[in-house]
Design a protein around this ligand. Structure first.
Ligand code: 5GP
Ligand code: MN
Length: 317
């Protein structure tokens, strides 16, 4: 076991935790697993999790309610800030001042595009998830049912429920150990991953219906505008899962999904089967991620951006 994280925690009296903007399963899972762990093993320390409000489907254990969604500065700066599942400083923008004020910053991550923004931490680009990295940094004997539940959540979300190539024998061994802590796998998988609201299902169905094939059927693309969201009474985060449906289209190599976040601002998600490095493409637009799952935000003309993306995909096919 690597004690780097626990050494940093033990040297601190007050600890802040954060992850990336628009928190996903791995972000929430890793932040709350570490939060619960510190509360359990070091009850004398002050620990707080600062995150934007995550989607409701990630509420799989009680400490979800202890997330602080206001990024208010504490009376005294934190001795230690642990930043989880976050590849660059822009990705934890709301907590930036709190992190900058902290005496020490420790990063735990698995993004190959991590910019190494702190001097201490563990970044393993081959790991399936930040939760997998975190498991190897804490004492297994101290993992209770809730900590296990949060770690399991992160692993299933970042592996697409144990199927992406980054899901290794080690990942599965960890998942097995988490089951031995009493994790109820079906409940977590169905509630947090597969279950959709009626509005979400309708929105996703509509976006799939409107999707277009490009590059001789090698690329599929769809978009959800602010008007579409309004039409189905849906919210931004209701588009989650849509890219996975597009990705399952037979014959494609790349799936691209654009969600309009503002009049001229679009969040792009990209997925590749196994030939195209979409992290490299998203990096051209100031984003990043993993080889086969990446994202970026584009401002301005969407059609222009999609044309550029298609050209970059074509070069890699
Ligand atoms: P998603 O498409 O699900 O939003 O993101 C897929 C992957 O790409 C995730 O691992 C996420 O962290 C990363 N990602 C998404 N958007 C961005 C972005 O704007 N910048 C960076 N650096 N990574 C992103
Ligand atoms: Mn992750």
């Amino acid at each position: 076991m690597n004690r780097a994280l626990l050494n940093a925690v033990e040297a601190a009296d007050s600890i802040g935790l954060t992850g990336h903007i628009h928190p996903d399963g791995d972000c929430v899972g890793s932040c709350l697993a570490l939060y619960r762990y510190i509360k359990r093993v070091y009850p004398e320390k002050t620990v707080r999790v600062h995150l934007e409000l995550p989607p409701e489907n990630l509420r799989v254990a009680p400490s979800f309610d202890e997330i602080e969604t206001e990024f208010v500065k504490p009376e005294r700066p934190y001795d230690l800030f642990v930043v989880l599942d976050c590849s660059s400083a822009e990705r934890f923008e709301p907590a930036k001042e709190l992190v900058e004020d902290a005496t020490n910053v420790f990063v735990i991550d698995h993004h190959m595009t991590n910019t190494h923004f702190a001097n201490d931490g563990v970044i393993l680009p081959n790991a399936s998830s930040t939760c997998e990295v975190l498991f190897d940094l804490i004492d297994e004997d101290e993992i209770d049912n809730e900590i296990a539940t949060w770690l399991y959540l992160g692993i299933i979300h970042d592996t697409g429920v144990f199927k992406y190539p980054a899901c290794t024998e080690h990942t599965m061994n960890i998942a097995g150990k988490l089951l031995s802590k009493g994790v109820v796998a079906q409940r977590i998988i169905d509630d947090s991953f597969y279950r959709k609201t009626y509005e979400q299902n309708r929105l996703i169905g509509d976006a799939v219906t409107r999707s277009v094939l490009m590059l001789d059927g090698k690329m599929i693309y769809s978009v959800v505008t602010l008007d579409d969201l309004a039409k189905f009474g849906a919210q931004r985060k209701d588009t989650e899962g849509l890219i996975d449906q597009l990705r399952l289209t037979k014959g494609i190599e790349v799936a691209v999904f654009a969600r309009q976040d503002d009049v001229d601002t679009y969040k792009i998600s990209m997925r590749a089967i196994d030939k195209v490095n979409v992290a490299a493409i998203c990096a051209e637009f100031g984003g990043g991620g993993h080889m086969f799952a990446a994202g970026c935000t584009v401002k301005g003309d969407l059609a222009d951006a999609i044309t550029q993306i298609a050209a970059m995909v074509m070069l890699q096919l």
